[in-house]
Design a protein around this ligand. Structure first.
Ligand code: TXA
Ligand code: MG
Length: 313
């Protein structure tokens, strides 16, 4: 299969929208990472997402919508959900809410759960595409399962080129790390740290987010220990690299192969994270990573790094 490469002009958006509506797989940019989209009501299309990613079928997908009205038609919003959507949408926050069975989503999207993960992205291109497609779009990150998430069109092509119908190119993803996932039932819980700092969500809620215990429900089944894995070995919290290690620095580190943010800016570091890992993974040898503060976006960055460093299953 030839993967059509589309640009974000009117013609490219119209083509990408028509392909999605027709049941094809289209990779598209969001402000967090590139997504691999399919019409969430079309079981055959959704099944192909799992197939081309090699994704375990128990792992549910995020549904992307063009508007809050579209989101309300898919899930039940209580007062708390309305409040979070008001503050953080469009943006890098995914809400896990009770699914309306009548919404007509393929059960493959939710992997049989009674909840659905919903996101209204901020990227203008993503929103234009969702409006063109006219359907809810299920989209995990556009990478083979367990590999690094893509933050550029080139990353997507390297992982999935020739296996999907089209790729909409919107340049580098500005946030660079996946959305924060918050579940609201029975109590607000942080299911995955991400592009919106958990502290900001807690400030909006006026209460701390719970961290779900392993094995507890509802859980975020995609949170496998080994995930986002480069081929190279990773060693974290390194202040003195060993001989042969290439340092992925943060802050003023002296000699580093690449630096996530020489000035120690967590936003810049999140935006660079997957791109730097992709680059370092092109060459042989272990990677050492400087310490990154465990606050704000640093929690999401450290979460991804711990998974990248975890022993492979
Ligand atoms: O930034 C993002 O969120 C990107 C872009 C493309 O939007 N998408 C993304 O999707 O990261 P994905 O499929 O790689 O991650 C979805 C996560 C998984 O960890 C999955 O387990 C969780 O969302 N999830 C989906 N539905 C859920 C549900 N009903 N309950 C709990 N967790 C859910
Ligand atoms: Mg992913």
């Amino acid at each position: 299969m030839r993967t059509e490469q589309l640009s974000g002009d009117a013609a490219g958006l119209a083509r990408a929208g028509a392909l999605l509506a027709g049941g094809a797989l289209v990779a598209f940019p969001t402000e967090t990472v590139y997504g691999l989209g399919a019409d969430a009501r079309n079981g055959r299309a959704v099944a192909r997402i799992y197939e081309v990613k090699g994704r375990p079928v128990f792992n549910p997908l995020i549904v992307h919508v063009a508007s809050l009205e579209a989101a309300r038609a898919i899930a039940r919003f209580d007062e708390t959900a309305e409040c979070l959507a008001e503050v953080f949408w469009p943006g890098a926050l995914t809400l896990v809410l009770p699914l309306r069975p009548e919404a007509g989503l393929s059960p493959l999207v939710t992997a049989g759960l009674e909840t659905v993960a919903l996101r209204l992205p901020q990227s203008p291109l993503a929103r234009a595409l969702l409006a063109e497609a006219g359907c809810p779009v299920a989209a995990p990150s556009a990478n083979p399962s367990g590999r690094l998430s893509p933050t550029t069109a080139a990353h997507v092509l390297a992982g999935l080129g020739g296996r999907i119908e089209a790729l909409l190119d919107g340049g580098p993803a500005p946030v660079g790390i996946e959305s924060t996932i918050v579940g609201l039932h029975p109590a607000p819980a942080l299911l995955r740290p991400g592009g919106v700092p958990a502290e900001a969500v807690e400030a909006c809620l006026g209460q701390p987010l719970q961290s779900p215990q392993p094995g507890e429900k509802p859980s975020s089944p995609g949170q496998l220990a080994s995930h986002y894995a480069p081929r190279a070995r990773l060693r974290l919290n390194v202040t003195a690299p060993r001989p042969g290690e290439r340092l992925m620095g943060f802050g003023p580190t002296g000699e580093a192969a690449l630096n996530l943010s020489p000035s120690g800016d967590l936003r810049e570091a999140a935006a660079n994270l997957f791109g730097h890992l992709h680059l370092l993974d092109r060459e042989e040898g272990p990677i050492a990573v400087s310490p990154i503060p465990e606050a704000g976006l640093g929690r999401a960055i450290n979460d991804r790094l711990r998974r990248a460093a975890a022993p492979r299953g």
